[in-house]
Design a protein around this ligand. Structure first.
Ligand SMILES: Nc1ncnc2c1ncn2[C@@H]1O[C@H](COP(=O)(O)OP(=O)(O)O)[C@@H](O)[C@H]1O
Ligand SMILES: [Mg+2]
Length: 259
């Protein structure tokens, strides 16, 4: 289990986030904190605003109001790709993979900012570039192995199932060596046999220093994986605490049972 006491400053801290779509206030004054080294959960009934909150944290959607601090710096003024370069990456509830490329090519493209893209270096130091490409390829295959897709490396990504595409997206996110990875329902649509493997991998990556924020409906998974859980209902913070606190919190139970 992750050590969530290791750092006094949260790796990610958002406060006062608001977002309306027309008449619908999807997120209302929401806050969240993700401690360095933690596996933090974000739960809430359907339509609670969880995905919108992810979009606000990663600036895929601009907030009407609110603040997001990542690794000590405000990030709202940055584009999503710049935020990714700072080490905050996210996956989508419906995976976004490039279907006409192979699984391996999808992985390599995720790490595109590496030296191989530099034309002059390719001309002047081809051996350096070749070595880096080989290392990237090895890392890609290692990550594909850990998400159970190594045998599909040469298949078109378009031929993968929805669940496999989610695994590929997780692999793509990891190719960038992020500090924090936001996973939107990583287990949804994934073969139950694979879910345990994915949990093991998330824990292993966490032990290697990666921090996670995970939206997930599978409560067993949330409760076994996360060291802290934030609950959103109707766009607002309802509770946060340890999995044990959350499971017995009457306001949370009411929100889920719709009383
Ligand atoms: N782009 C959008 N345009 C209009 N309404 C949206 C949009 N995205 C989300 N919503 C609405 O915002 C609310 C929260 O949605 P969402 O963040 O997807 O919830 P969750 O991920 O918790 O299920 C819902 O009422 C949804 O219909
Ligand atoms: Mg969602």
């Amino acid at each position: 289990m992750a050590n969530d006491q290791s750092s006094p400053l949260p790796l990610l801290a958002a406060s006062g986030l608001c977002k309306s779509f027309g008449g619908i206030q999807a997120v209302k004054e929401a806050s969240i904190e993700v401690r360095q080294g933690s596996i933090t959960g974000l739960i809430g009934p359907n339509g609670a605003g969880k995905t919108t909150l992810f979009n606000l944290l990663s600036n895929f959607i601009r907030p009407d109001k609110g603040r997001v601090i990542f690794d000590g710096e405000p990030i709202q003024h940055l584009q999503p790709h710049q935020i990714a370069q700072q080490g905050l990456v996210r996956t989508f509830q419906v995976a976004r993979t490039l279907s006409k490329l192979s699984v391996l090519e999808n992985m390599l493209l995720a790490a595109q900012k590496q030296t191989g893209e530099n034309f002059w270096q390719a001309q002047l130091q081809p051996h350096v570039v070749a070595k880096e490409e080989k290392q990237l390829q090895e890392r890609a295959m290692f990550l594909l192995e850990s998400v159970g897709l190594a045998k599909k490396a040469d298949d078109y990504a378009g031929g993968l199932s929805g669940g496999q595409r989610k695994l590929l997206e997780m692999g793509r996110a990891l190719m960038t060596n992020p500090k924090l990875i936001l996973l939107d329902e990583p287990a949804a649509g994934v073969n139950p046999r694979l879910i345990d493997d994915i949990c093991d991998r998330i824990q292993a990556w966490n032990r290697e220093g990666m921090t996670f924020l995970i939206i997930e409906h599978n409560m067993d998974l949330v409760m076994s994986l996360c060291d802290r859980v934030w609950v959103l209902a109707e766009g607002q913070n309802l509770a946060n605490g340890t999995p044990a606190d959350i499971q017995t919190n009457s306001r949370v139970l009411e929100a889920y049972l719709g009383k």
